[in-house]
Design a binder for this molecule. Sequence first.
Ligand SMILES: NC(=O)c1ccc[n+]([C@@H]2O[C@H](COP(=O)([O-])OP(=O)(O)OC[C@H]3O[C@@H](n4cnc5c(N)ncnc54)[C@H](O)[C@@H]3O)[C@@H](O)[C@H]2O)c1
Length: 343
Amino acid sequence: MKILITGGCGFVGSNLAIFLKKNIKNSKIISVDNLFRPGSRINKKRIEKHGIKNFNFDISNFKKIQKLPSVNLVIDCCAEAAIEVSKKEPDRVIFTNFVGTYNILKKCIKNKSNIIFLSSSRVYSINKIRDLIKGKNLKKKINKKYEIKENFDTSGIKSIYGFSKLASEDLIKEVNYSNNINYIINRFGVISGPWQFGKQDQGFMSLWMAKHINKKRLSYIGYGGSGNQVRDVLHIDDVCEIILKQIVNFRKIKNITFNIGGGKKNSVSLKELTDLCQRISNNKVRLKKIKKTSNYDIPYFITDNSKIYNYYKWKPTRNINSILWDIYFWLSANNDLLKRFFR
Ligand SMILES: NC(=O)c1ccc[n+]([C@@H]2O[C@H](COP(=O)([O-])OP(=O)(O)OC[C@H]3O[C@@H](n4cnc5c(N)ncnc54)[C@H](O)[C@@H]3O)[C@@H](O)[C@H]2O)c1
């Protein structure tokens, strides 16, 4: 099987490329990544050790995509994935996330290949998510029973990032209709684990742990600086395992959209995350409180995994603690990365 992973030097792409290379016999895997994301050069070296070649160019450059070797499957992991960036740099988000997917789809048509698209829980309406927990006191623990299904409202504002993902999903469905290109769309919640070079607005789990190890200050941003916002988190190894199941079962299960996340059991507030990081690292950090909430932020997201479970009998197997311990072990063994990327 020949697989192209776009964004193959990113957090998800690099881990997935190495996992698939190890687990699919005789697979040939290539990557396209322009190494824009800090840390991607480190991940490039990791994938190269496994015989995975990266083509270093921008996904919006169709001429270069056309020249890539033919493949049977594309896994689209390339994105500008930070919500706040999409406010400041919408051009980059649209060109990478939407035009990039369009270019990749043209390659799928040429190669008659399938596509697995990494979409996001951020395709859902910001206001409808806020309404869901309206009246609940954010200072207290949010009731975790409001899990979000695939049919949750996607209309209305969802950030330029969320829009670019939903628009890409629609384009994929159009190309499925017009050119018979088969797809699976996965709307992931927060993913984390080793080799995530996290930032405040993308990859907060690894950032939180790294700052605790380094004893550096962190900020609770928004919601009055309470640290009460909640997300569910999925271990990168759980992501790799479900995507492998999807590849193996592609003939039977295709042209379908799933929500995939940590779910209720794997949900955590920032405050709870601080406690867990303190316990694991044995360090306390100073926490700045920034009261103002971004108009793109949501107070809460927890995935309803029942559809993905019904199709594949899959559910997350690693909990928040094991995600944090794995990040802790990774960073403790890579002191140079701690100093370079999480100062
Ligand atoms: N990490 C998460 O929590 C999460 C959650 C939901 C969905 N996703 C989706 O999963 C995918 C992977 O996310 P990630 O966390 O690995 O992000 P990442 O930023 O670590 O990886 C993205 C990679 O794409 C590359 N890239 C960016 N712009 C490019 C361009 N114009 N041309 C070529 N390469 C470019 C970057 O250098 C980087 O290596 C994305 O599509 C993201 O939207 C991620």
